[in-house]
Design a protein around this ligand. Structure first.
Ligand code: ZN
Ligand code: ZN
Ligand code: FE
Length: 749
């Protein structure tokens, strides 16, 4: 008998066709396999029981990096094939086959890389069908060598033989190459080439040993590296990169080196060693001077590319700072000329790789929460993997939020979320945003006049203006915090569940034109959401500037209530509530340059300012992270009173505590307990009132692990299902998915 099979999911560029070929040999199946535009297509002829085994083994024994989302099996006409073949890719009108994310170096390739007898010994671009770059080199679909940045390196005879041999691990491995025929690395400085190939890597390792900063071309862009244990080198990197305090990520040579720096449990280990090789935030065992000031955790990753392995083999320091190659908030540089220009004042030398990068893909950042990975930044190793399937037949383009932007494209119901693109206020990030829109639309052949565009409600967002120009006739605005809640529902596939949504974050444009960020909603994706409660609103002086200045946020909250009246100016001055604070307070009292706000992000900032964090923040969320760090330094304190999110008693108590000399840690702890208790109380009351059995919590504030743990603990005995983000970030990186889900389901109303 004969069957026609179509497999969808991540099935291209992961060694699937050779796997099918071998399976067909073993089960005496004739016919063919090819990469179609919608996935892998198979025509299989054979005895009934063989066919049955063939189909079940296809699913059970698929290659490690493959993810089968759907398998369709249909009877087909017997065509009396005499053998089984891998045939050329077909071009079809709508490619919905998912391109694989970039994969880390596999164990087999690693052995060859370090084996002096292997012909790819020390070759920095070694790869096979189980490993290597994908998304960062693909120019268009379907995924074939000619459609990648490897197109300009013709295969040598030996590579070609491997590429064409179905029994070989490199059969149709599109980026396959060797030192003879493929690209290589060189070390450059000031336009001069200092060394090439392994010599270049050895010299780079030597420079790193002596405390120099080296720009290194990676999979999705340039990194800046220096020895993590060399405080002077780390300090120099901070100065040159204009990065004052934001933590640096580390690349550890191996698990043993990583274990010397951070606590690693089984879940953490498997995340560190997963094919995506994200940066994982882990509890630090010791401090590395200047690497992550005021943090309890260190961001660590393990080698993901052959180049990383070779650097360590050549004697690079066992722990390297490895941070994106840019200045301050700019996007990571990925083109050679641009990198050499932009990083000229930062790097002492450049390790330039010849293989072009098709698009920038930053490192992903993840954390382990209750034994499960949760992504904080979704990029290399994950993007552009489809996240979920939505009931949408027409294409949807969701433009996300302006901060931590990602975009999402829905094609035939599959949601593809882009890599993290950064803050659109930056010109380069804005360009990357426009490029990625075009890139994804072209890759999936979605024509701009057929797509519905969803954007944030904020009228001044770059993404909103982009939407208006891109497709004025078919754009829809979605409220920011509703999108946060929708992101959790989409990724947990609660598409029709009525839920209580809790959105706590920094800023978002509210339906009433004020700044929201401490909101409760009831509803579902189809019917929409109603705002049913929020924290007590205050007048925030200076609008957006308050987000950078904790003292300004403190003025906003303290002006609301009589806490200040009880203390003279001199006493307030003694705890730093003067200068900028007094000025901001005057603005609030005259109601000048103020905007109404219910932001929990600002609530954190205000409490941080009272507890002692009063300088201007140098990265988003810094004051809130400092407060969480403080709270972890002491045993849990009794909660401040915070009745129904009226913060006046909370501020009165924390201000008094500070004036009486209570420590920042104790104040921070009492505040966390207060917010967790108020939230848990409100959740139980509102869920009962509005008939919700499920609670979805999202927004940047829920990156605060301490708060999440405390809320979860308080709700443990309540018969409610509690869901958080994990596949997409709880921060604004998840907004695009939420927007897409709201649009897809709104159409069904
Ligand atoms: Zn491999
Ligand atoms: Zn070759
Ligand atoms: Fe947000």
């Amino acid at each position: 008998m004969a069957k026609q099979l179509v497999l969808r999911g991540i099935v291209q560029g992961v060694g699937f066709r050779p796997f099918v070929f071998r399976l067909a040999q073993e089960e005496a199946i004739c016919g063919w396999v090819c990469n179609g535009a919608t996935g892998v297509e198979i025509h299989a002829e054979g005895a009934e029981e063989n066919l049955e085994r063939f189909v079940s083994r296809l699913q059970a024994q698929a290659p490690p990096a493959a993810q089968i989302a759907r398998l369709e099996v249909q009877p087909s006409a017997w065509q009396a094939y005499r053998d089984f073949q891998i045939v050329d890719s077909q071009q079809a009108p709508v490619p919905t086959a998912r391109i694989s994310p970039d994969l880390n170096l596999c164990a087999d390739c690693r052995c060859e890389l370090l084996d002096p007898a292997d012909r790819r010994f020390q070759y920095p671009y070694i790869n096979c069908t189980h490993c290597g770059p994908r998304y960062s080199i693909v120019l268009r679909l379907p995924y074939d060598r000619g459609a990648t940045t490897m197109a300009s390196w013709p295969l040598c005879e030996r590579c070609r033989a491997e590429y064409e041999n179905p029994a070989n691990r490199r059969f149709h491995a599109q980026p396959v190459a060797c030192a003879e025929c493929g690209p290589n690395y060189r070390l450059e400085n000031g336009g001069a080439t200092l060394a090439q190939g392994m010599r270049a890597i050895e010299q780079a390792a030597a420079l790193l040993r002596t405390g120099q900063i080296v720009a290194i071309k990676g999979i999705g862009g340039y990194h800046l590296a220096c020895a993590a244990e060399n405080a002077a080198a780390v300090a120099a990197l901070r100065t040159r990169k204009f990065r004052k305090e934001k933590p640096f990520a580390l690349l550890a040579r191996d698990l043993a080196v990583a274990s010397g720096l951070v606590e690693i449990g089984p879940a953490e280990q498997s995340l560190l060693e997963s094919p995506a090789r994200p940066i994982v935030l882990l509890w630090a065992k010791r401090e590395l001077l200047g690497v992550a000031p005021d943090q309890d955790r260190l961001g660590i990753m393990l080698p993901s590319s052959p180049l990383h392995e070779l650097l360590f083999a050549a004697g690079a320091p066992a722990a390297l700072v490895l941070t994106s190659g840019n200045r301050s908030n700019e996007p990571i540089a990925y083109e050679d000329d641009d990198a050499l220009r932009r990083l000229a004042g930062i790097a002492d030398a450049f390790l330039v790789g010849e293989r072009p990068i098709a698009r920038r893909v930053d490192d992903s950042v993840a954390i382990v929460r209750q034994g499960r990975p949760a992504l904080l930044r979704r990029a290399r190793g994950y993007a552009p993997g489809a996240i979920v399937t939505l009931p949408a037949t027409e294409p949807i383009l969701a433009l996300g939020s302006d901060l931590k932007n990602t975009i999402a494209l829905v094609v035939e119901g599959q949601v593809f979320v882009s890599q993290h693109l950064g803050d659109l206020g930056e010109a380069d990030a804005n360009r990357a945003f426009a490029e990625t829109v075009c890139d994804l639309m072209a890759m999936y052949r979605v024509s701009p006049d057929k797509v519905t565009v969803v954007h944030d409600l904020h009228p001044q967002f770059h993404s909103t203006r982009f939407a208006e120009q891109f497709r004025p006739s078919a754009t829809h605005a979605v409220q920011h915090h509703v999108a946060h809640i929708a992101s959790v529902l989409a990724e947990t596939e609660l598409l029709h569940e009525r839920v209580l949504g809790v959105a706590f974050d920094g800023t978002g444009y509210g339906l009433d034109g004020t700044i929201w960020g401490g909101e409760f909603f009831a509803g579902d994706l189809t019917a929409g959401f109603n705002r049913i409660a929020s924290i007590r609103s205050v007048k925030m002086p200076g609008g957006d500037a308050a987000a950078r200045l904790p003292l300004q946020a403190a003025a906003g909250f303290l002006a609301d209530g009589d806490a200040l009246d009880q203390f003279g100016a001199r006493r307030l001055e003694s705890i730093g509530l003067a200068g900028r604070f007094t000025h901001a307070l005057a603005l609030v009292r005259r109601n000048v340059r103020c905007i109404e706000s219910t932001s929990v992000g600002r609530l954190f900032d205000a409490v941080a300012a009272i507890a002692g964090f009063q300088r201007e923040i140098s990265f988003e969320g810094q004051a809130a992270m400092w407060l969480e760090h403080q709270a972890r330094q002491v045993a849990p304190q009794a909660a401040y009173a915070f009745p129904r999110f009226d913060h006046r008693p909370l501020f009165a108590a924390s201000l008094r505590d500070r004036l009486e000399g209570r420590s920042a840690s104790e104040i921070a702890s009492a505040f966390h307990a207060a917010l967790a208790a108020a939230t848990a109380d409100a959740v139980q009351e509102l869920a009962a009132q509005h008939g919700c059995a499920t609670v979805a919590l999202s927004g940047g504030v829920f990156q605060n692990e301490l708060l999440c743990e405390q809320i979860s603990a308080l709700l443990e005995t309540a018969s409610l299902r509690i869901v958080f983000n994990s596949l997409v970030p709880a921060n604004d990186g998840g907004i695009a998915l939420g927007q897409a889900a709201l649009m897809a389901l709104r159409r069904r109303r």
